[in-house]
Design a protein around this ligand. Structure first.
Ligand code: GCB
Length: 600
């Protein structure tokens, strides 16, 4: 009995600790992971399902070989160890667990992972373990000791392991918990599948003792010939970093202060990056001890009244929204190949822009889009109603902004950082979002800040945006489903849009569902004909919308969502895709393709 009480109270303590906030021992992000010396830990990992969250505790207090992070073995015949990673089944990393094993499709709980790797520490080097994403909370143990905790299912993080790694075989164990949390970001209610696990790549990064940890290199706001930014050394202050862009004949020295931080500014005449000419420059940063190479594009983005200008030219964003849903197979997308297929479909539709909804996507996606000439809207999962008054929730959202901008600030194709999606207006929400907008601007003043807000219907068929956040944001961006959730497609012909603010208008979502291959009359919901008709009316409405500077219909492909239960139509999928989950284009795809094609 005493033992039960002990474990019950231990459980409570651990639960309440988990709900405070949130991540610990997480090292500031290392910029440009693909450009570093890497040891990939992708591949086969052992796993043990932990329905009762048992493996967390050292539940046999009289022996110290339990607690699954210890990776204990029964060495003698009489030893009692009630788990064994050696004989456990395996999962592939990267990969959500849901689509790898039938019984895990809807699993929400804890899974322990084990991966062993060889390492030969070298006195001149530091090592970090880097995860591009683990959903949702992850406790990390190396060789039996806890080295970090991270909360947030879509953000990258790294942990220094220099003093923890041993010569020979190392054992990395993760406890991954994908249970939804009221205080989480996102919270418990979303319209996407809660894929759990180590969903993106894992690497050990080796760097010199003193290394170039981070840098920001973009055009200075308001100029097209001044590159400005900063570098951050790690391991020592007061050094010199040389930035070279050979093609532009740039060789610039930057002195860093006692904290290793240094700013710079220099003139040059770059060919500006654009969707038509996605020019990237080879950039080399070097110091006495380190050298890192990247490919960086340069462009300007600004708004003037109701218009958006890219490199001084008026821009219309011919966009599409995309979930990080794998094309042509179930599960989360993560690879370069996935990115090439999804973005290739966007290009085929004549897009120059993608909204990567509703969370930070994997780095392959952003970099592939950059090479293909696709502009990006990037966002964090501050979605619907989260706990606006919870300090821990705010901290989690802020951490996600840190990670989003931290990783992707040098990707010039990103022109919009978005802080929220369809968040009902209230004073606490406004305050929360203002803090997020301020944070974004303090980290990066070169891009536009937006949120997907919601439209409002006034009397007499007048539609507008009436959200106090719009004065803090750079674009009047909102989702609207006239003709799907709001009336029938012909309603699009009857409404009139008016906006009081002099800012660009951006429709971040519109659309409706259809089951690919289901045909019938135009008034039969769920048919391809209904969806195509809705798109025809929507396009007509958008053409008449004053100040419209872009749109991202919902959505490129059908995606798994447990909210979508209609048998024989949805079967667990949101069917608003213009392409089915098997990669087949629906009739509405061609309406958008033709409309966007007419701009070119
Ligand atoms: C929305 C949400 C999006 C949903 C979509 C829908 O407004 O932003 O996440 O999936 O509507 O299909 O209802």
């Amino acid at each position: 009995m005493r033992r039960i009480l002990f474990f019950a109270s231990l459980g409570l303590t651990l639960c309440s600790l988990a709900s405070a906030s949130n991540s610990s021992n997480i090292y500031p992000l290392i910029q440009n992971v693909p450009g570093r010396e890497l040891q990939s830990l992708d591949g086969t990992w052992k796993y043990i399902l932990d329905l009762y969250e048992l493996g967390f505790y050292n539940y046999r207090m009289d022996e110290d070989r339990n607690g699954w992070f210890r990776d204990a073995h029964a060495n003698r015949p009489e030893d009692l160890v009630e788990y064994n990673f050696d004989t456990a089944p395996t999962l592939h990393v990267p990969g959500d667990w849901n689509t790898q094993k039938e019984d895990l499709l809807n699993f929400e709980g804890n899974i322990w992972y084990r991966r062993q790797f060889e390492c030969h520490p070298d006195a001149g080097k530091r090592r970090f373990i880097h995860f591009d994403a683990v959903n949702y909370e992850c406790q990390v143990y190396l060789n039996g000791r806890k080295i970090g905790v991270h909360e947030g299912g879509f953000s990258p993080f790294n942990i220094e392991i220099t003093d923890r790694v041993q010569d020979g075989t190392n054992t990395l164990i993760l406890k991954v918990d994908n249970r939804r949390r009221l205080e989480g970001v996102p919270t418990v209610n979303t319209d996407w599948h809660n894929y759990g696990g180590i969903t993106r790549q894992v690497n050990v990064i080796s760097v010199p003792k003193v290394f170039i940890r981070d840098y920001f290199i973009q055009l200075k706001k308001g100029t097209s010939n001044i590159v400005a930014g900063w570098v951050q050394m790690d391991g020592a202050g007061n050094s010199t970093v040389t930035i070279e862009i050979p093609e532009l004949k740039v060789k610039q020295q930057v002195s860093t202060d006692a904290d290793g931080y240094g700013t710079f500014e220099f003139k040059c005449k770059p060919t500006l990056w654009s969707p038509d000419n996605p020019k990237l420059y080879a950039v080399k940063l070097s110091s006495d001890s380190d050298c890192v190479e990247d490919e960086i594009g340069l462009r300007t983005i600004e708004t003037r009244g109701k218009e958006i200008y890219l490199n001084g030219n008026k821009l219309f964003c011919r966009g599409i929204s995309i979930h990080e849903e794998a094309p042509l197979r179930p599960g989360r997308a993560w690879s370069k190949e996935d990115a090439a297929i999804l973005l290739g479909w966007a290009k085929e539709m004549n897009c120059n822009f993608v909204r990567l909804a509703h969370y930070q996507h994997n780095e392959n996606m952003i970099r592939t889009a950059e090479r293909m000439g696709l502009l990006v809207w990037s966002e964090i999962p501050c979605y619907w109603t989260i706990q606006w008054e919870n300090e821990g929730t705010l901290e989690t959202a802020q951490e996600q902004i840190d990670a989003m901008i931290g990783r992707d600030k040098n990707r010039t194709n990103i022109i919009i950082w978005s802080i929220a999606n369809e968040t009902p207006i209230s004073e606490p929400r406004n305050l929360f979002l203002r803090k997020l907008a301020d944070k974004v601007r303090s980290m990066d003043d070169t891009r536009l800040v937006a949120a997907a807000m919601e439209k409002k219907e006034l009397q007499g068929g007048v539609m507008t945006l009436d959200d106090p956040m719009s004065k803090y944001l750079d674009v009047l961006s909102f989702n609207q489903y006239v003709g799907w959730y709001d009336g029938l497609p012909e309603k699009c012909d009857r409404v009139h849009w008016e906006f009081s603010e002099d800012k660009p208008v951006f429709i971040s979502e519109f659309g409706g569902g259809a089951l690919q291959g289901y045909h019938g009359p135009e008034n039969q919901r769920w048919t391809e004909e209904f969806q195509a008709d809705l798109y025809r009316h929507s396009v007509k409405m958008l053409e008449n919308m004053e100040g419209l500077s872009g749109c991202t219909p919902w959505i490129l492909t059908d995606f798994r969502s447990p909210r979508r239960v209609l048998t024989d139509i949805q079967d667990g999928y949101n069917r608003k895709g213009l392409i089915s989950d098997r990669g087949i284009r629906k009739a509405a795809f061609y309406i958008m393709k033709d409309w966007y094609g007419s701009f070119k």
